[in-house]
Design a protein around this ligand. Structure first.
Ligand code: VGL
Ligand code: ZN
Length: 204
């Protein structure tokens, strides 16, 4: 079984959103065009409490995008984004999400960020996504969405570690920083994750 994971396709990560990814909207037609070819489409949703510790607003002496140490691990301080129940946390209406079987929310624990759709950043808590994919007999996982070098990257890495054949859909993701994405892609290749550059290359 082949599953498409659509990561965090939420208004706050799209142009005019609180943590907008440049050209993030351009991936939506690509995702709409391919999603019907998968056995299963699953979404993740960044879903933070107002006082989440990854928000720069919770650290009065720091600036947005500063990196601090939080509970022993590096943490980028983000603008407030994807706050539970706000419009910014909703999926883009340009994306046809009617095909989605299940949505896995993440980032609810205010103490720790959660980039991967599988686990919190300290791997203490799971979202249930792994059990769901195993129960559905998924063997191949295709990852797309936002942002490429954060939640898409970490979700792909954890999918691979869990034993799935894993594909990073480069044509259906956009980064916050192009330089950081270059570095992330090297790590993906080292870990034998397949980078699919164009929709024509996608063999599904
Ligand atoms: C994300 C930063 C903070 C993402 C989520 O979806 O890539 N990035 N929260
Ligand atoms: Zn977040």
């Amino acid at each position: 079984m082949k599953a498409l994971l659509v990561v965090d396709l939420q208004l706050d990560f799209l142009p005019d959103g609180a943590l907008a990814v440049k050209e993030g909207d351009l991936i939506i037609p690509s995702i709409n065009a391919i999603q019907n070819r998968f056995d299963l489409v699953v979404a993740t949703q960044d879903w933070h409490p107002l006082d989440h510790q990854s928000f720069a607003s919770q650290h009065p002496n720091q600036q947005q995008f500063d990196v601090v140490t939080l509970h022993g691990i590096p943490q980028v301080l983000w603008p407030d984004h994807c706050v539970q129940g706000t419009v910014g946390a909703t999926f883009s209406e340009a994306w046809d999400s009617t095909v989605v079987s299940a949505v896995f929310r993440k980032g609810m624990n205010k103490q720790i960020d959660s980039y991967s759709g599988f686990y919190d950043n300290n791997k203490m808590d799971s979202t249930g996504l792994l059990g769901f994919l195993k129960d559905k007999k998924v063997t191949e996982v295709y990852v797309c969405g936002l942002a490429a070098e954060y939640c898409v990257f970490y979700t792909a890495m954890d999918a691979k570690k869990a034993g799935f054949d894993t594909f990073f859909l480069d044509f259906a993701t956009k980064p916050i920083s192009k330089e950081n994405l270059q570095q992330a892609k090297k790590t993906l290749i080292e870990n034998e994750i397949v980078i699919v550059n164009t929709s024509e290359e996608l063999k599904v």
